[in-house]
Write a protein that binds this ligand. Structure first.
Ligand code: AMP
Ligand code: GLY
Length: 421
């Protein structure tokens, strides 16, 4: 079969890597891809917002299935666009993508279906928002309604800060957001829970915990993710039952009732407090860097999974996972998540072993004159699995030492909550 993966991050490299191991794969293209995907797929450099051009490449290359990595093309309706033209796509349509694309949509869906989530208010004017903020307890969480590239959420420690953030959002700081969502602050520990959904059923697709803050001990500004590990420390059978019954199943049922059944990967960002799950957010895609650790643990052929999911035949498939623990550490360019340096050569990559327990997934890289150079804030994902998380982390850190890239930095404490215990 011929597959296309859309995106250029570590998530897409990990997906391409797994697809490339399938016996059934004939052709694999990545749009636009990075230096890592270039080794195993044909990179095609086109704008992922240009659906017409993507469709024309898909026809030309005889692609059977398209996997969409990032949220922006999904919320812009790429799955509908391609499906209307008889292309099989893994990913939700535009309406269902509002689960991530509009926090107001997601919160209202939770409220209407008794799905546990933080109390909230949605506002399109400052006066009403002010009243709500003044009656709230601190901290209060201020969120832009639409997509904001991970920058739309602020946990505010004072009324003044909450008013300032709210005003900025309502004045148009994020083009995608004319509304603001104000939320009660949830205490607890976060857990990422993944499912893969088709029109007839859904499957568990792994658990993970990521580290969003830039600094060790989870301090400093938020990033796209500095590292992740799987399985998540907190997930027990009991908790999983609650997550499915109270959150996942009512959501999928609600989407069906609205006439837009969910399809594709669904990522629930949860807060766990006193063994009870609360939904913080939905993402309509795999997590990055969570996908990288899940792909290392996945034992079933990914191509077979995607084939079944896009034929609404997941019900008959058993998805198997390796029991090993897995960790990924993100190597970032100096300056990230602020302004970071670019176009710096990364040496020694080929000297690091690559096998079923050791992979380096590329994120912000490109190849030029047989050299690997950096282009993004998050540059490489050093991913290892072992029988314990501690061993997996030590191995990742050893591999990192060999890279010897003075233009980058990383966190040494990924997985600390699970490893300390
Ligand atoms: P979101 O984009 O909604 O996932 O928010 C980004 C991050 O902000 C989450 O991963 C949490 O760490 C934090 N956050 C968001 N909403 C809340 C909340 N209601 N209570 C506590 N923390 C939150
Ligand atoms: N790692 C967080 C995300 O993918 O949204």
């Amino acid at each position: 079969m011929n597959l296309a993966v859309i995106g250029s991050g570590g998530r897409e490299h990990a997906i391409c890597h797994k697809l490339s191991l399938s016996k059934k794969i004939e052709k694999l293209i990545c749009i636009p891809g990075n230096a890592g995907t270039k080794e195993i797929a044909e990179n095609i450099k086109i704008d992922i917002g240009n659906f017409e051009e993507i469709y024309s490449i898909i026809k030309k290359k005889n692609i059977d299935i398209v996997i969409v990595g990032p949220e922006q093309p999904l919320t812009d309706g790429i799955a509908d666009y391609l499906k209307e033209r008889s292309v099989r796509v893994l990913g939700p349509g535009k309406f269902a993508s509002q689960l991530e694309g509009s926090k107001a949509f997601m919160k209202n869906l939770c409220k209407a279906n008794n799905i546990p989530t933080a109390n909230y208010g949605i506002f399109d004017n400052l006066e009403d928002a002010k009243d709500f903020i003044k009656k709230s307890t601190i901290p209060i969480v201020v969120k832009a309604d639409g997509l904001a590239a991970g920058k739309g959420v602020t946990v505010c420690e004072s009324i003044d800060e909450a008013l300032k953030q709210t005003k900025e959002i309502l004045e148009g700081k994020f083009k995608s957001s004319k509304k603001v969502v104000l939320e009660e602050f949830l205490e607890g520990e976060e857990l990422s829970y993944f499912v893969l959904v088709d029109k007839n059923s859904y499957h568990f697709f792994g658990s993970a915990q990521d580290h969003k803050r830039v600094g060790e001990g989870d301090t400093g500004p938020n990033t796209g993710g500095m590292g992740a590990y799987s399985p998540a420390r907190l997930l027990t059978n009991d908790l999983e039952k609650k997550i499915k019954k109270k959150i996942i199943e009512p959501t999928l049922k609600a989407m069906k009732n609205l006439g837009y059944p969910y399809e594709g990967f669904l990522y629930a960002g949860l807060m766990i407090n006193n063994k009870e799950p609360y939904l913080i957010e939905y993402n309509i895609r795999m997590g990055d860097p969570e996908c990288q650790v899940l792909m290392m643990k996945l034992k079933t052929d990914l191509l077979q999974i995607v084939d079944c999911a896009t034929k609404n035949n997941l019900k008959n498939l058993k998805i198997k996972w390796d029991k090993k623990k897995c960790i990924t550490i993100v190597l970032c360019a100096n300056g990230y998540p602020g302004k970071y340096i670019k176009d710096k050569e990364i040496k020694n990559l080929s000297t690091i072993i690559s096998d079923e327990n050791n992979q380096i997934f590329h994120a912000g890289t490109y190849e030029k004159d047989n050299k690997i150079l950096s282009i993004g804030g998050r540059v490489l994902n050093i991913t290892c699995s072992a029988e314990s998380l501690n061993k997996a982390r030590t191995q990742s850190l050893n591999n990192l030492k060999k890279i010897n890239w003075t233009d980058g930095f990383f966190r040494k404490d990924i997985g600390w909550r699970a490893i300390k215990k």
